[in-house]
Each structure stands twice: as C-alpha cells, then as structure tokens.
Ligand binder design. Structure first.
Ligand code: 9MG
Length: 295
C-alpha cells in the first residue's frame, strides 16, 4: 500500500512515524515549547534524526476545550516553519482545518493536509472551501479524521454506545465524497480520531477492533500520543493520573498495538522511543511462524 502525497509516493509496507510539531503556545502535550520558528525547526530536525518518516506541523490547538485562532494568527505561526521544513526532503503534513491555511501551505509545497474536521469547513466570505482547496491541488495527500462535536465541547457530550461502526461509516462516507469530487483514493488516509468526542472505553474499543476500520482499504493513521485515555488507565497506586508529559510508556504501547493491528501511520511526539519499540515488534514479527527461538 502507498499514500500519494504532493512530492512523495509514501511506501506504507512498514508503519510510518509522523512526528508532531506543535506551534501552539497552549499545547496540552508539550507545553508550547516549540512555538517560535527557530525552536520549531530545530525540533523538526531532531524528530527526523530520531527516525520520523514525516512531520505534522500545526498552528492551532485541537485539545479538548480549546478555543481556536484566527486565520492570520495560524498563518503567522505555520508559514515560516513550513517554508523551511519543505526543504527537509520528507513529507510535510500540515494539521489545519482552515481552507486559507491549506491553500497557503500547499502553495509552499506541503505534501499532506491533516484535517481533524475531515475537510468540512466552508470558505469564509465566499472563498474556497477545504474541499475546493484540495481539489485545486490535485496531488496532495489528505488525512480525514473522525471527530464528534467540536474541540470546545467534544468531551462534554461524547458519543453513545458502540462507536466503531459509526466512526467507520463516517470515514467511508467522507472518503467517498472526496473521491466523488475527483480526489483519487490513493491520496486519502483515514483516522478514527482518538480522544475526539469519545469516552476512554470507546477509544480503547477503536484500538481493540481496529481491524474493522481497515476494511474499506484506506491507509489508517492513528494518534494516541500522550492523550488523556493513556493517562486514564495508568494512574499510580495513589490514584494520581500522569500528566501528558509522563505518558511515554503508554503512548509507545498504544503505537505498537496500533501498528500490529494494521495502522500504517502513527502520529507521535516521542519518535525515538516509538522507533525502538517498533523495531522490537518487527523483530518478533520476523520470527512469527518460525520454530526458532529469538536469541
Ligand atoms: C491534530 N491532531 C491531534 N490529534 C490527532 C489525531 O489523533 N489524528 C490526527 N490525524 N490529527 C490529530
């Protein structure tokens, strides 16, 4: 399986690691350490040294309860970093929902639009919508994610019941709608949106039954890194839930379990540790079915 993106036809025969680059001062997961362009680009270089196959750069927080930023503010954060990051010779994804930002970063040569709103945003003042922008850039890759509600309210009223079929239906319909508009299937990846309007149990059901999400044949991208569902199941003996910065072990475990269940791209903060964990998983997979013992 491959994922066609603006400049790269990404080979997904091995799970790909997407390193997260947050340019938001209020990031839940890294405390907004990288929001100036110099630090952000240094961080990009470090993630690539650590083994990231691609980078996901974002200028608006999507954490539960977050407000949002203006187009101007998001452009100001994202453009200086994307302009330089496209020189790194790896796929550059931009995490944005705003058509204006999509258009600007694609014009700079970005490879992938990662949209937690699944390209549902209309244009402002009669401008192009998210789908118009993607159609106007006929080579870019897109990741469409499932979200229930919106970031400001999604955890107040999460989904009801068995979410797996509902998430699958939404993702299939979104991907089909894009294809009806002329976006090739090979350009589309889908994502169940871990933590976006789902309970802890529902998030884990999406991992336990992840194989159901593979059935339509799109590459599956997942993001568990440092999320609250990792914290929720890993309280210490005193009942203290680890903060985002102390969810490394659980995040790596979730990434490996997701890869083992067929995720083709894992979106992570902790690239080096995830690379190592996937190397161990691969070594085991290479021996599966063999009668020899690992020595
Ligand atoms: C931007 N962002 C935050 N969490 C995410 C997730 O789980 N998937 C994708 N595609 N993007 C995310």
């Amino acid at each position: 399986m491959h994922w066609k993106t603006t400049r790269f036809d990404v080979d997904l025969s091995e799970p790909q690691i997407m390193g997260i680059v947050n340019l938001t001062p209020d990031s839940f997961s890294d405390g907004g350490q990288f929001h100036d362009p110099v630090h952000a680009l240094r961080h990009c270089e470090q993630l690539l040294k650590d083994g990231a196959h691609m980078l996901d750069i974002g200028g608006e927080s999507t954490r539960p309860g977050s407000g949002g930023v203006s187009v101007e503010q998001e452009l100001q954060r994202v453009l200086p970093v994307v302009r330089e990051a496209v020189k790194f010779n790896v796929p550059i994804s931009v995490d944005t929902s705003k058509p204006e930002v999509m258009s600007a970063v694609l014009d700079l040569g970005a490879d992938i639009i990662n949209d937690v709103w699944a390209l549902r945003r209309a244009g402002t003042d009669g401008g192009p919508s998210a789908t118009d922008v993607v159609r106007a850039h006929p080579a870019c890759g897109v990741c469409v994610m499932h979200m229930h509600g919106d970031p400001s309210t999604m955890q107040l009223q999460p989904m009801d019941g068995d979410v797996v079929p509902e998430v699958l239906l939404f993702l299939e319909r979104s991907a089909q709608a894009l294809q009806a508009l002329g976006v090739q299937k090979a350009r589309i990846a889908i994502d169940p949106g871990i933590g976006f309007g789902k309970t802890v149990a529902q998030n884990y059901a999406l991992l336990a039954r992840q194989s159901e999400l593979l059935q339509p044949g799109y590459p599956l991208l997942v993001g568990w890194s440092r999320k609250s569902s990792i914290g929720a199941v890993s309280a210490d003996a005193q009942g203290n839930v680890p903060p985002a910065s102390q969810r490394l072990g659980g995040s790596v475990a979730a990434a490996v379990l997701a890869a083992e269940r067929g995720a083709r791209i894992v979106r992570v903060h902790d690239v080096r540790e995830t690379v190592q964990a996937l190397q161990v998983w691969r070594a085991v997979a290479a021996q599966a079915g063999s009668s020899q013992r690992l020595v």
